[in-house]
Design a protein. Structure first.
Length: 675
């Protein structure tokens, strides 16, 4: 056996999983078949019980080995694999003696399905324990009989909630839900499992009232109501998996139907693309983890929209942070915001206090001399930033990493004020920092390798995805997004209803329409980014945008932009007539795709996957399409560049296809290359 170890003491068997060559346990086919073999051997033995556990510090089982999904292209083969898993877990559930699983750390997907097939589940009581069925996030659903075993255990609504959202729960919540029988401190974990086996209590079932929504006469109604909830979040054409989960539940479908359904989903476009997005995110994390960041103390200068949130997030993630700005009032506002955020996230009073202790308002800037990393997030003015970096370099420790959050100033311009420009890197966060997963790691002409490595590692330590980009106007994400936003404003200028424009983008799969987005970001910010990109990229800034900003109409923050907002800040969508006969979606998306290709051609990033990662994780670009480059791949470059020609003839040269469309090497997917 490569991955499992069996011990039998006193007629009690213990199976310990430690998947060879990996830091986390994943359920590959090989791991499952070894498990099956062991269960066959144990079946016939006179045992009192079986304990299953992981001997990896990282946790129990983090789920299936997603990389194997990409190699399966036939739905029948995928269903067959699900059936094989069902058989193994069925064997576990039918053992002639009871089984108990001892859970710590991640217990996700197939790992939780394994646990569900055991008689008892005991979990370690600490914040690192997470249980969940995240399959839906990869466009599939549980396939090893999890859809069948979960509802009777925790009740139908709780089971549907877990499967439909894919969210994971802590040990305590799992206990509350009935997902685990007992939670205990680390040192009691195995003893508690053995005790459960000795006592042989009947296995758990949710109380009748929690199973009531599953009664036959109620099912269709409950399924309909839930489907309505799901529809608010996920379009059934783009994301079929949650609807399948409801359907399987409503029909009380058995294992065979579960296997057939997952077989179809696994090879379909949505799941393929969601898996692609997931794997490139994992790749960015892996790259980032390769080197230590050596950072404990962070000093942030500028406590505005971005600086305050960066400081708050870093303190939340365990760093000691000092936050500097010009007045105590600005810092007081930032501190209050951080406190509210910690309370909301951490709930536990002690944890909130500890996070607050790590967050130090610092009007004098004392933290600067102690920091391992200094992040500049002051106003977007070249001279102010240069002046600041001169002081920073004088006062900071020689080994401290220096970073800027600028969204438009070339790093080279800022580096001129430094004696050692190799220390300066861009850490470009997205707004709101606590929500947006991406951080662009910006490489200036003189940025050193060591600075880049530390910046990436710091990004990962913040639980963000660090994406390398070359210092150039707008970097990657803002640059690709801007032509799309500008096209939307242009259409509004032409008199097309903003309702239709936004609706078209949402129907394509964007999380919000471009006009809503412009309002949310702030029209002044959009204007300044557009003006900054206008020169170098030859972008024409719509008159309308400048006019609105001049009138003080700045979007949601000024209580009105393209849309009006009610007192609670909710957008009031005006009525719109019939949609006009204009290729709205095409105009929006093709400008975006054209810019994506331009970025690759110029080497802003060097890999199509990097464009996908940037746009999906930085802007929410239709995840079911897998990102702009994956979308281009599915449609074919030639077709798109022809459409661009056509639009260029009709609407102007801004649609002229970028020269990159005729360079096939740009579209090749290779291992990650760096700019
Ligand atoms: P902001 O205007 O909200 O905040 C800037 C803060 O810096 C203010 O509180 C100001 O008092 C302070 N400040 C100015 N000069 C200072 C100095 N010499 N010493 C200490 N504090 C000083 O600006 P925001 O939006 O937070 O932007 C900051 C940086 O982040 C800019 O470089 C911007 O381009 C970038 N950025 C902004 C994003 C956004 O969505 N707002 C997104 C990503 C980057």
């Amino acid at each position: 056996m490569n991955h499992w170890k069996l011990d039998i003491v006193d007629e009690l068997a213990t199976l310990s999983l430690d998947v060879a060559g990996q830091s986390a346990n994943l359920l590959s086919q090989e791991v499952l078949s070894e498990f099956d073999q062991l269960l066959r051997d144990l079946e016939g033995q006179p045992l009192r019980g079986l304990i299953i556990r992981s001997t990896k510090p990282s946790g129990f089982i983090a789920g299936a080995d997603v990389r194997e999904f990409e190699r399966i292209s036939d739905p029948a083969r995928a269903a067959e694999l699900a059936r094989a898993g069902q058989l193994v877990f069925g064997r576990l559930a039918r053992l002639p003696f009871p089984s108990a699983v001892a859970i710590h750390g991640f217990c996700l997907g197939g790992g939780l399905e394994l646990a569900l097939a055991c008689t008892y589940r005991i979990a370690r009581d600490d914040p690192g324990t997470r249980l969940g069925l995240p399959e839906v996030r990869l466009g599939i659903h549980p396939g090893f009989a999890g859809t069948l075993r979960l509802p009777p255990l925790v009740g139908d609504l709780a089971a549907l909630d877990l499967m439909l959202t894919g969210r994971s729960v802590s040990a305590r919540e799992a206990r509350r839900l009935g997902l685990v029988d007992e939670i205990v401190p680390e040192r009691h974990l195995l003893r508690a499992a053995a005790q459960f086996l000795r006592r042989r209590r009947p296995s758990r079932r949710a109380p009748w009232w929690r199973r009531a929504p599953g009664w036959a006469p109620l099912r269709p109604l409950v399924a309909r109501l839930m489907a309505r909830q799901v529809a608010k979040k996920a379009n059934s054409e783009h994301y079929p998996a949650p609807y399948r989960i409801l359907e399987l539940w409503r029909q009380r479908a058995g294992e065979e139907r579960e296997a057939l359904s997952i077989g179809e989903l696994l090879v379909a476009r949505t799941s393929r693309n969601l898996v692609h997005v997931f794997l490139i995110g994992e790749e960015l994390k892996r790259e980032g983890r390769k080197h230590p960041h050596g950072i404990e103390q962070v000093h942030v200068v500028g406590a505005g929209v971005m600086g305050a949130d960066i400081a708050m997030w870093a303190a939340y993630k365990g760093f000691r942070v000092s936050l500097q700005d010009r007045t105590p009032e600005i810092l007081a506002r930032a501190t209050k915001r951080a406190h509210e955020f910690f309370k909301k996230q951490l709930k536990d009073a002690r944890a909130v206090q500890e996070a607050m202790d790590r967050f130090m308002p610092d009007v004098e800037g004392h933290g600067l001399a102690r920091a391992d990393l200094v992040i500049e997030a002051i106003v977007e003015k070249v001279e102010a930033k240069r002046e600041l970096f001169r002081t920073v370099e004088q006062r900071a420790r020689p080994q401290a990493l220096l970073a800027t959050n600028t969204s438009s100033i070339p790093l080279e311009t800022l580096a001129e004020s430094l004696k050692d420009p190799a220390r300066l890197v861009g850490l470009h966060f997205f707004n709101p920092v606590a929500k947006m997963q991406l951080v662009e790691i910006v490489r200036g002409a003189q940025t050193g390798e060591e600075a880049l490595r530390r910046a990436r590692a710091f990004g990962v330590a913040l639980d963000r995805l660090p994406l390398d980009v070359k210092s150039s106007p707008g970097f990657l994400v803002n640059r690709i997004l801007m032509p799309y936003l500008i096209e939307a404003v242009k259409m509004a200028e032409e008199g097309i209803s903003i309702v239709h424009i936004d609706r078209a983008a949402r129907a394509f799969g964007m999380p919000m329409g471009p006009i809503e987005l412009a309002d949310a970001v702030g029209l002044d910010i959009c204007l300044s980014v557009a003006q900054m990109l206008a020169g170098p990229l030859g972008i024409e800034v719509p008159q309308r945008l400048a006019e609105l900003v001049e009138q003080g109409v700045l979007g949601k923050k000024s209580n009105g932009g393209f849309y009006k907002y009610d007192a609670k800040g909710r957008l009031k969508r005006p009525r719109a007539d019939k949609a006009p006969e204009i290729p709205i979606t095409e105009r929006l998306i093709l400008r975006l795709l054209n810019e994506a290709v331009a970025c690759l051609r110029e080497g802003v990033v060097t890999e199509p996957s990097a464009v996908d990662a940037g746009m999906v994780y930085g802007t929410g670009f239709a995840p079911y399409l897998g990102g702009p480059m994956r979308y281009i791949e599915s449609l074919g470059e030639t077709g798109i560049s022809h459409s661009l020609y056509r639009l260029a003839q009709e609407y102007g040269k801004r649609f002229a296809p970028d020269p990159g469309w005729t360079q096939p090497e740009l579209f090749l997917r290779t291992a990650v290359r760096r700019p």
